[in-house]
Design a protein around this ligand. Structure first.
Ligand SMILES: Cc1cc2nc3c(=O)[nH]c(=O)nc-3n(C[C@H](O)[C@H](O)[C@H](O)COP(=O)(O)OP(=O)(O)OC[C@H]3O[C@@H](n4cnc5c(N)ncnc54)[C@H](O)[C@@H]3O)c2cc1C
Length: 386
């Protein structure tokens, strides 16, 4: 055990995954999460290519696969429900549109938390209020009043990262809205959905239904183009009003899906946005996952980036003898092109839905190379573990 102490802010995907690797490299880890418990909810997230390798190295392959959605594939349909296109989960060796490792965000978060809860200190219902760093450490005052000092602090607190604002500057400087809003919530499976996702799209809007393990429920997915987005990300009622307004008159099963907005136990709506930063660290403070480099849900790569980033960040810090400058530099260098490829895929996907952006005729060779980089990712050095 080294005597290095690390505070991680955020306990969704990036935070617990980083805690796993930091602990295995011998650090003492505290994770602070602002919500009172682990946050449930969210739609399915995918792990492809190099991210599957990281899950394997974490020893979580069996637990993750056991919690996977078991989705057989996806159909796109016309307004009457006639099938237009079919994608199978075993296309492209399990790394296609519907990935072989597809798991609800809340379920993956639970697997990662259960794996680390005994070896890592989790503090729920609190957050960093004030942070000051000097050459040797970081002083943190928590909103709950506690004051502690850590060697390193990592923000894994998502797209709206408070740590990023505190240390790197206001969100407007880094968050790029791509012109699409996405909403997810669970509904009763009154639609006869059976292991197949269904998706209907038309002129900048889409509606879909995703099967989950609990066959009595399904997850509704709705999206609409919006160049402006003024609704507070904490005001769920206002978000639901906006969704009703923007999806009014949309065909297929949309109006039946919207009828469940008032009785759904979970709801997620956000702008499709990316985080673009020149660097993900300053001094003894670093960023990981969506906080640092959100590629947006439209990339299908955000969870992979978080898992792979966690492996590399912990590995590079430990390999540098916990020297923040060298450790963060190694992490940034190894991650950068992987992040950029996933962000480019996110942008292309949004453009194809909204009809905005560059030429609709993709250069297939360039696209194949891009997908290979986004899925294959960086090399994973075999770091020495304690
Ligand atoms: C509730 C929820 C639902 C989601 N649903 C989807 C989805 O359906 N599809 C999809 O592709 N992606 C979804 N995402 C995003 C997805 O999890 C990420 O793109 C990816 O997995 C990387 O995760 P992350 O851990 O970096 O960030 P996130 O998953 O966004 O997690 C950030 C965590 O930090 C916590 N946090 C925020 N601020 C603070 C603070 N000040 N102090 C302490 N903790 C803080 C949050 O509560 C959250 O637990 C969702 C995220 C959340 C939180």
């Amino acid at each position: 055990m080294s005597d290095v102490t690390v505070l991680v802010s955020g306990a969704s995907i990036a935070g617990p995954a980083l805690a796993h690797w930091l602990h295995r490299h011998g650090a003492e880890v505290t994770v602070v999460e602002q919500t009172p418990g682990l946050r449930p909810g969210g739609q399915a997230v995918d792990a492809r290519g190099v991210a599957k390798e990281v899950i394997g190295r974490m020893g979580l392959d069996t637990a993750v696969r056991a919690a996977c959605t078991d989705t057989a594939g996806a159909y796109t349909v016309d307004v009457n429900g006639n099938v237009l296109e079919t994608f199978r989960a075993d296309d492209h060796a399990g790394d296609g549109y519907i990935a072989e490792i597809e798991i609800l965000r809340g379920d993956l978060s639970r697997v990662l938390y259960d794996d680390t809860r005994d070896s890592v200190e989790y503090v729920f219902g609190d957050r960093i209020a004030v942070l000051t760093q000097d050459a040797d450490g970081v002083d943190v005052t928590f909103a709950g009043g506690a004051r502690r000092r850590f060697d390193l602090v990592i923000g894994a607190d998502g797209l709206h990262s408070a740590l990023r604002s505190m240390v790197f500057g206001p969100r407007e400087r880094f968050v790029r809205h791509l012109g699409l809003v996405l909403a997810y919530y669970s509904v009763p499976n009154e639609f006869g959905l059976d292991r197949w996702l269904i998706d209907y799209q038309e002129r900048g809007r889409s509606a879909g239904l995703r099967p989950i393990r609990d066959a009595t429920r399904a997850i509704a997915m709705l999206s609409f183009a919006a160049s402006d987005f003024a609704v507070d990300h904490r005001d769920v009622d206002a978000q639901k009003r906006l969704l009703r307004e923007r999806m009014a008159g949309f065909g297929w099963l949309t109006q039946r899906i919207l009828a469940h907005l008032d009785d759904t136990p979970d709801f997620y709506l956000d702008q499709v946005a990316q985080v673009v930063m020149d660097r993900w660290s300053t001094g003894r403070v670093g960023l990981l996952g969506d906080a640092a480099f959100s590629a947006s849900p439209m990339s299908g790569g955000g969870t992979g980036l978080a898992l792979v980033g966690a492996y590399l960040l912990a590995g590079e810090l430990a390999a540098s003898g916990w020297d923040p400058q060298a450790g963060f530099a190694g992490y940034e260098e190894r991650m950068r092109s992987y992040v950029e490829a996933n962000q480019e895929i996110g942008r292309l996907h949004v453009h194809s839905l909204t009809g905005s952006g560059p030429s609709p005729e993709p250069d297939m060779e360039a696209l194949t190379a891009l997908i290979e980089c986004a899925v294959g990712g960086p090399d994973l050095p075999p770091y020495d573990l304690d």
